[in-house]
Design a protein. Sequence first.
Lengths: 159, 159
Amino acid sequence: MAKFRLDETDHQILDILIDNTRTPFTDIAKKLNISAGTVHVRVKKMEEAGIIIGSSLTLDYKKLGYAFIAYVGVFLQKTSQTKFVLERINQIPFVTVAHVTTGKFNIFCKVRAKNTEHAKQIIFLLDDIEGVYRTETMISLEESLNDKKRLMHSIFKEL
Amino acid sequence: MAKFRLDETDHQILDILIDNTRTPFTDIAKKLNISAGTVHVRVKKMEEAGIIIGSSLTLDYKKLGYAFIAYVGVFLQKTSQTKFVLERINQIPFVTVAHVTTGKFNIFCKVRAKNTEHAKQIIFLLDDIEGVYRTETMISLEESLNDKKRLMHSIFKEL
DNA sequence: GGTGAAAGCACCGAGTT
DNA sequence: AACTCGGTGCTTTCACC
């Protein structure tokens, strides 16, 4: 897991692409006063180094009818295998991310659902997994995403 | 927040772009046996409708030296303003997302940090916010992301 | 590691069915 | 709505710095 050396130019390229992956390389080149070929080569290198894993669309799940977010803490039975339960959890598509955690819960996951009723069904699925002792749900009343760019700037300051 | 009508073709387009936003429209057109112009028009419509909010890079934060993830539950003092505290929390760049929640905690957030020491500093920042009574931290030992595509498929089955 | 030019493609709007 | 088509502009490579 060696750290990869990124210079100021790489940061600026990532900065632009993180906001819009379809920004033409020619535009980036103009802004940074380098050639489009250079942008191309640098992006390719960052992809090869695994810094850039991929690109994805940001969709409005509310508009798709999926406005409900909940976090679910999972308590396991003493004898149960965390890995096994984690695999089962990841088979539920409405669970977007799951973490094995220290602290109160054994596993902790985020659920994206249509509404309360739908969420209930998903949580029942979680409860029914073999080895799960019980769950504890926190419903999100308001989500507030922080700008990815802000995190990047902070990271770059220190690299 | 009206639901937008997406047909099968729209789903397939999103399916491809969610994996790689730079997939040429001509490639998508070939796969779906439609013209590239149609792909273009449909993507544009989904952008205008606000279904597609934007596009972003997926970076390997571990490779950037930020392997530490924790979830922090925040308890507020009875008199404190949730909105005010939420704003303060969002000023910390290493907090990637914050939720107002029902249940145990008042606010619940995700922290991305370099290591334990760094996380400690961030959590101290949270603790120091006016109106915060105390916090409770859960450290992620293992993160397991679910495929975005899987969620989309499930959503599309029901639209 | 960067450039600039050139060839190959993709984008995207206009006009058509 | 979707198609075709053409102008414009983007990507990507390569010889040269």
